[in-house]
Design a protein around this ligand. Sequence first.
Ligand code: SAM
Length: 300
Amino acid sequence: MAGRAVPPYRRRVAQHTHDGIDWAARVAAARRTAELEAEALRVVARRLVRPLPDNPTVYDVGCGVGAMSVPLAEALAARGGGTLVLVDAVPEVLDAATSAARSLGALTVKPVLADLASEDPAGFGKPADLVWASRVVHHLPDQLKAVKRLVGALAPGGWLALAEGGLEGRMLPWDLGVGEPGLQDRLAAARAEWFCTMREGIPGAVQLPVGWNVALGDAGLGEISAFSFVIDHPAPAKQVVRDWAVERLGWLAEVCGPRLHASDRAALRRLLNPRDSEFLGARDDVFMLMTDTVHMGRKP
Ligand SMILES: C[S@@+](CC[C@H](N)C(=O)[O-])C[C@H]1O[C@@H](n2cnc3c(N)ncnc32)[C@H](O)[C@@H]1O
């Protein structure tokens, strides 16, 4: 493994979170990803709100720019309204999620600017009938403690839906004709190493040596289950998918570059150069295939 120099994405000190990531700088990229996830997340949101009581209170914690806040708002509006509490530590992303969710009307949207590592979501509003937490718990120092706090925010009978990833997303064909075949898999391995470094770099980080279903049980939930969903934009893909792929590959090159062989770094430079004949954004064989697993548990 190459040395652990501080990669560029960490050089701007992020003031709001513990992971050293500059989330505010990623708003445009996150919006594009949200656009591509919207169709799949709408189905998930409808499924999650179906069993809730009338006029429910739903939290989207670590909401980001609102990839799920909007589908949740739509699903709540379609069943007569409710309250949507949006929580994030970064003002820029919280503002984006709030305006997107509010634009739908028909429900109360309450933004809460808070650090989930130190602030207890039980104090953010009415007890929740549903807490949705996607890809945020792994950015917190003590993940089990964080899950327990989310459980503390639930009303009796309320549901926690935790999405912490699924299979590694893919966008590249096996043989790109530039560099060695299999770049996607080497990027995935390097990203997994980066992820460990990111966790290790969180001050006070505690390991969670079990799967999420066990963690949900340890946090006091019952009726534990899980389901997975797919985000599938096959090739030939529309331009927004190609733009997403360029942005995603650029990010992977940034965080994984030092861990890759020089020939892979050279291939990445060509794929990311708009003036190169192999520029990813102009290729017809780029796609987006991602899966995510939602772990569910209910408060007795
Ligand atoms: C990977 S993004 C996920 C966004 C969204 N939930 C989704 O799945 O698209 C992680 C989000 O968690 C937020 N976050 C990270 N650490 C946090 C903390 N300590 N307290 C609150 N939010 C935090 C970041 O600002 C970012 O918006």
